[in-house]
Design a protein around this ligand. Structure first.
Ligand code: SF4
Ligand code: SF4
Length: 370
């Protein structure tokens, strides 16, 4: 006879799932249609039916399951669910809770996931940047040609943004360490095969090519749109690293010639970012009825990316047009939105980049259908 399993439901956990956007989880009657239609679900112990049961029963351990990250929220399951339980959305909420579980401090993660704290979260970079202007005596619009380093010298930018990036990396490192430990001690623990490095490379190739994402049917276009945003970020990341090298190693700080390679790469990156995110918004609106509208957590990241792209493009255009009164404030907003993106990355949906990579690596090592 099988061993008895003691189940400890957590009603608060169920309430939190429902409040965060998984209010339809209770409608599930375990027909398993979702697991059958999901093209990403492995044959053994498939998702998302079992996660729906765990969510309904308040089994909190589900947020530690690597399977919730193997889902790419393509919504095929949501379209076919006969009960309208929206399993794709429920898994998205569980991923948000996983991010909250491993982020430090947890309270900041809760605040980021709650729209009521948004003004406070925005206030942090705004106040910090205003303080930097005050300390350096640059609160007024600078005289003469528009040169953004007159407002924020490069060393000020580097101190603020290296600090923000360092903080985010530290929080991520802590989260990944705890997550990996839990994966290897939780009920999902399996015998892993091969070395970490030998599996990490194909995992990264899979992510870069969006191979699994492309298996989605209902929202197939999302894989292309997501790819554009992804490469937009990669290009802009390269531009930042390039500018950093020019400044600190070659002592050639900007502004750069409009057709210089660094500017051209920045333009391509911004165009990909903005066009990709625009298409994501359009597709989400168009598929809202069948695939679900998405949660506050989803939309928050979308709007932060829009803010980064629009203010980046706007400050560049206003500078070219010589409209000082708009160029400097737009640049200020650009810096505030980039700070928001970096500093809060371990708590926002952007953290999926890290936790999904870890879960996919684990799944590959555990031979979960890769
Ligand atoms: S979520 Fe829907 S499709 Fe999946 S098991 Fe429940 S009722 Fe069936
Ligand atoms: S949203 Fe897509 S990937 Fe996720 S469980 Fe549903 S069908 Fe599978």
């Amino acid at each position: 006879m099988a061993d008895e399993i003691l189940i400890k439901p957590d009603l608060q956990f169920v309430k939190r799932i429902m409040a965060a956007g998984g209010q339809d989880a209770k409608k599930c009657y375990q027909c398993d249609t979702c697991s059958v239609v999901c093209n990403l679900s492995p044959e053994t112990s498939p998702f998302p039916r079992k996660e729906m049961l765990q969510a309904q029963w308040g089994l909190k351990e589900v947020v530690k399951s690597p399977d919730i990250w193997l889902c790419h929220q393509c919504s095929d399951c949501t379209v076919y669910c006969p009960r309208g339980a929206k399993p794709g959305e429920v898994l998205a909420v569980l991923r948000q809770m996983c991010i909250e579980e491993y982020a430090f401090p947890p309270m900041l993660a809760r605040m980021v996931g709650d729209y009521r704290f948004l003004p406070l979260l925005i206030a942090l970079p705004v106040v910090l940047l205003l303080l930097a202007l005050k300390i350096t005596g640059r609160l007024a619009i600078p005289e003469g040609d528009i040169v953004f380093s007159k407002m924020f010298p490069w060393y000020t930018i580097d101190i603020i943004f290296l600090g923000a990036a360092g903080f985010a990396l530290f929080v991520f490192a802590q989260g990944v360490r705890r997550y990996w430990k839990d994966l290897n001690t939780s009920p999902w623990k399996v015998r892993l095969k091969g070395s970490l490095i030998s599996h990490l490379i194909p995992t990264l190739v899979d992510i870069i090519k969006h191979d699994r994402f492309k298996k989605c049917e209902t929202t197939f276009a999302r894989s292309i749109n997501h790819l554009m945003v992804f490469f937009g970020f990669v290009f802009l990341g390269l531009v930042t690293a390039w500018a950093f090298l020019k400044e600190w190693v070659f002592h050639q700080p900007g502004p750069y010639f409009i057709f210089s390679p660094i500017k051209l790469l920045a333009m391509v990156g911004t165009a990909l970012l903005l066009y990709g995110i625009y298409q994501i918004i359009v597709a989400r609106q168009a598929n809202a009825d069948k695939a679900g509208y998405g949660t506050y957590f989803d939309w928050q990241l979308i709007y932060v990316i829009v803010a980064v792209g629009v203010t980046g493009l706007g400050s560049w255009l206003f500078r070219l047009l010589g409209i000082k009164i708009l160029a400097y404030p737009t640049y200020f907003l650009h810096l505030a939105s980039v700070f928001f993106l970096f500093f809060y990355a371990p708590y926002t949906k952007l953290a999926h980049l890290v936790y999904r990579t870890v879960a996919m690596l684990y799944a590959r090592m555990a031979d979960r259908g890769f």
